[in-house]
Every structure is written in structure tokens, then in C-alpha cells.
Design a protein around this ligand. Structure first.
Ligand SMILES: CC(C)(COP(=O)(O)OP(=O)(O)OC[C@H]1O[C@@H](n2cnc3c(N)ncnc32)[C@H](O)[C@@H]1OP(=O)(O)O)[C@@H](O)C(=O)NCCC(=O)NCCS
Length: 199
């Protein structure tokens, strides 16, 4: 756990079934603001937090292929009665063994953070939790897929990811290009996501 200024604390922990509804809500909100103009408006408008939440109920329990979900939880943020809001899931990440072992052994499958909490180091901490998990299950390298037109691609480049493959996939009735970012050594991702004094 670390302090985020005087605004409260944000901790990263393994997700629990009780987090599923909140993860579904973060998914719907972050997809709408991240993929506006990239994926079809009708698809984004139809995202249903309740349905997503019930799907995440299963995802949180899934342990196949070393799968795990981590959440970022904010507590004590200013504004609520008594000086703080109740703890709130503000982001999540998930992954496990890679679906494309030719590219890397481990894979980060999702990483999403509410807009109000970005650019404070929380995305890096979620990536670190995933990197540590992938290492713990024996993965020596890591990868993820990012849409070519995702405006946050810079983040992975900042963390040392290498563009290793491009491919076009059909998503929501649209052909979209996705890029594979690879860390050839899991240690390099751990180093890039280490707390500031150790980087
Ligand atoms: C991608 C995402 C998780 C990053 O999380 P974040 O908490 O905002 O990122 P961090 O604060 O940890 O930033 C990490 C590094 O990126 C840099 N960075 C942050 N915002 C930046 C910006 N707008 N432009 C350039 N660099 C930026 C930071 O400076 C930091 O680098 P440094 O400390 O080494 O200088 C978050 O932006 C997000 O949820 N985006 C929308 C969803 C999405 O696209 N997910 C990925 C799907 S594949």
C-alpha cells in the first residue's frame, strides 16, 4: 500500500468474487472512454455493467492456465462523510500463461483504470502485480495485445515493451489491427515497474 498525496490510499490486491460487480462497472466505463472512435459506438453503448459483472464473477474464480485477476482499490478518498468514501475498485488487471507461447510465456490480458486515477503510478503497480504473478507461475517472458489505435500505447513503450507482432482481428463487426508488445525477460518488466527509488 502507498499514499497518493493526501487524497487517501490505493492498494493492489488479488480480486475476490465480491469485487466482480465493481470490475464490470470499471470495464464498461473504461472501454467507453478508451475505445470511443476506435470500436463501434453501438457496441460500446450496449456494454452492460451488470452482465459484465456476472461474467467477471467466473473470471475471478478461474485458475486455469495460471489465470489471476488483481484490483486497485481506493480508500479514504476525500469527499465522503467522515472524511472518506468507502473502499472502491478503481482498476483491474488479469492474465496468466500466454495464449501465444511462440511470442511469450506469460500474458497480461486486461489492464483498465478509471480516468480520474490515471497518471499517478497505479497502472504501473497493476503491471508489477501481474509481472510478479507471471514470474511466480514460472513464466520467463510476458506479452500483451493492444489495439493499434489505443491512445494509451505509449504506456507500454514507456515500460520497455517491444512491438513483436501485428495482426488484424474481427471485433464487433470491424477489422481492427492489434499489436503484440513483448518483454523478452520477465525481469525487465519487474525492473521497469519497480517502485521509483529502485528503477
Ligand atoms: C494504460 C493505463 C492502465 C496506464 O495507467 P496509469 O496509472 O495512467 O499509468 P502510470 O501513472 O503508472 O504511468 C506509467 C508511466 O507512463 C507515463 N505516462 C503517464 N501518463 C502519460 C501520458 N499521458 N503521456 C505520456 N506518458 C505518460 C508516466 O509518466 C509513467 O512514466 P514515468 O513515471 O516512468 O515517467 C491507463 O492509462 C488506462 O487505464 N488507460 C485506459 C485503458 C487502456 O487503454 N488499457 C490498456 C488496454 S490494452
Amino acid at each position: 500500500m502507498s499514499n497518493i498525496g493526501s487524497a487517501g490510499t490505493i492498494c493492489i490486491r488479488r480480486a475476490r468474487p465480491a469485487d466482480a460487480a465493481a470490475i464490470g462497472a470499471v470495464h464498461a466505463e473504461t472501454w467507453r472512454n478508451t475505445y470511443a472512435g476506435v470500436l463501434p459506438d453501438a457496441y460500446l453503448a450496449a456494454l452492460c455493467p451488470r452482465r459484465l459483472g456476472s461474467a467477471y464473477g467466473q473470471v475471478v474464480l478461474d485458475r486455469t492456465h495460471g489465470h489471476a485477476v488483481f484490483v486497485a482499490v481506493a480508500s479514504g478518498m476525500a469527499g465522503g462523510e467522515g472524511g472518506g468514501e468507502p473502499p472502491e475498485v478503481i482498476g483491474f488487471a488479469s492474465g496468466g500463461r500466454s495464449r501465444r507461447p511462440a511470442l511469450a510465456e506469460g500474458e497480461i490480458e486486461t489492464l483498465y483504470l478509471l480516468e480520474d486515477y490515471r497518471e499517478r503510478g497505479v497502472g504501473r503497480r497493476l503491471m508489477r502485480a501481474m509481472a510478479a504473478h507471471l514470474k511466480a507461475i514460472g513464466c520467463r517472458s510476458a506479452m500483451l495485445w493492444v489495439l493499434r489505435d489505443n491512445p494509451t500505447r505509449w504506456f507500454y513503450e514507456r515500460l520497455g515493451g517491444r512491438l513483436a507482432a501485428r495482426e488484424v482481428i474481427r471485433f464487433a463487426g470491424l477489422d481492427v489491427e492489434q499489436n503484440a508488445m513483448v518483454w523478452d525477460s520477465i525481469e525487465s518488466l519487474l525492473a521497469a515497474t519497480a517502485p521509483a527509488p529502485d528503477r
